[in-house]
Design a protein around this ligand. Sequence first.
Ligand code: PRT
Ligand code: ZN
Length: 289
Amino acid sequence: MEPTSTLRIAIQKSGRLTEKTIQLLENIGLAFDGYKDRLIVPIRNFDVELLLIRDDDIPEYVQDGVCDLGFVGANVTAERGADVSVLRDMSYGRCRLSLAVPKNGPFRTVEDLRGKRIATSYPNLTRRWFAERGIEVSTIQISGAVEIAPRLDVADAICDLVSTGGTLKQNGLVELETIFRSEAQLVRTNKPLNEAKRALIDKLLVRMEGRQLAERSRYILMNAPKSALPGITALIPSLKSPTVLPLADPDLIAIHSVIPIDRFWEVMEDLKAAGASGIVILPIENMIV
Ligand code: PRT
Ligand code: ZN
């Protein structure tokens, strides 16, 4: 497949990253019809097309310029050693690549794995990690169901992706050490792009930033006695100064602002203590600062 004048974005055809990526693209205003069972999906309102492929192929496609952008796990890009640039961490598809050993086995530390067999779908990352520590191991490359390798005596330990840890537990394995932390990323080719494509990428990035910021924020409304305003203003880590509106009761005011979601509970409790009442929190659809 040759590079085209249309901005081509690679996404995972069917897997853990697919739905979130499709949702994000819809949220930033790209209009397209169904994507299931299609290789190429044209975007109706931009000179963009989506290429739906296996995640393992995305780093190389972007590296070679067959696709200009790609959404792919950092783990895949790192394993492939692809020459691409990371434009954004996407904060979904979070997982870790970890070493795990049989729960009741003899291995308690990474040192205990010296000379042992490690089953993994990530032989490059695994080998590099052990080499950096001067520990010799042999890696056995397995493309799926790595977690059963110790039980089959194909390997002594595994190095596999973990998110909840449920799969390890079910298979009688315990995590020894995390060797790589990952999330989905938007990557860009390092091949030169024309002005139109660069401008379009910038536009999409601004929209993504707005969307991600909105997801991390909440709109907050509350009533309070006028006298409580200085105390409340000091508590709200708003983007700019909060909006203060008069109410029918001249002693009361309404305050509107935006708060980061990670401080949500703390801020709510502190506001109440500072005199706020009728506190309402609303999700934000989009935000451009
Ligand atoms: O078909 P294709 O090659 O495109 O897909 P794939 O099967 O190779 O990948 P897929 O869809 O499983 O994962 C795509 C990407 O999602 C990965 O490359 C990671 O970046 C990311 N990701 C996030 C994960 C997980 N979380 C995850 N939990 N990928 C795999 N897993 C596996 C894990 O290894 C375990 O076997 O899911 C299982 C459940 O995990 P626990 O810990 O929640 O039990
Ligand atoms: Zn894959």
